[in-house]
Ligand binder design. Structure first.
Ligand SMILES: [Cu+2]
Ligand SMILES: [Zn+2]
Length: 196
């Protein structure tokens, strides 16, 4: 038979362990947790496609999309728009910011111009990188137009356009300074990554 004193001591020890384990959060592991390893990718993974879905600014009805397809150093830009006045002509530009937070499109900033050029039409080597010239609507107020340029890339080092803004204007671009006298911004969209 164990002495009473020893039994009491044993019970006290058990109680102590029990309370200690209840009150102290138990670490899940005593070993230091491994540092999560970031996936290593190239600084620039070149993309070949981008898409801007255009929505009308306040008081306008123009909708559509602009697709960008890059093959080596050339980008084909395809506009597909609806809701314009029949046979009307409209400037289209890439603007600095892909920011649709203003109802009139002004949060998109000025023409995308990383090279510090003057404004111009696409046949002029002196032009903003974002100067795409004009679109002409057909008799139903629709546009299907493709142009190919070599002064921008989707996300490469030369004038990358991903994340910037696509704007359709109320008037034609006459090539004049500083921005072609193209009037209000009637549709806007962010140049982003398409799902497919
Ligand atoms: Cu513009
Ligand atoms: Zn311009």
């Amino acid at each position: 038979m164990l002495p009473k004193k020893l039994i009491l001591l044993f019970c006290a020890a058990i109680a102590l362990v029990f309370f200690a384990s209840c009150s102290t959060p138990t670490p899940t592991s005593t070993a230091p947790s491994p540092t999560p390893q970031a996936k290593v990718v190239d600084a620039i993974e070149p993309l070949t496609v981008a898409l801007a879905i255009l929505n009308p600014t306040e008081g306008n009805q123009v909708t559509g999309s602009v697709k960008f397809q890059q093959i080596e150093n050339k980008i084909t830009i395809s506009a597909n728009l609806q809701g314009l006045q029949p046979n009307s002509v409209h400037a289209w530009h890439i603007h600095e910011f892909g920011d649709v937070s203003s109802l009139d499109g002004t949060a998109m900033g000025g023409h995308y111009n990383p090279e510090g050029m003057l404004h111009g039409l696409p046949n002029n080597p002196e032009r903003h990188a974002g100067d795409l010239g004009n679109l002409k609507a057909d008799s139903r107020g629709e546009v299907m137009k493709k142009i190919t340029v070599d002064n921008v890339t989707i996300n490469d080092t030369k004038n990358p356009i991903l994340g910037r803004g696509m704007i359709i204007h109320a008037e034609a671009d006459d090539g004049g300074q500083p921005t072609g006298n193209a009037g209000d911004r009637i549709a806007q969209g962010v140049i982003g990554l398409p799902k497919a």
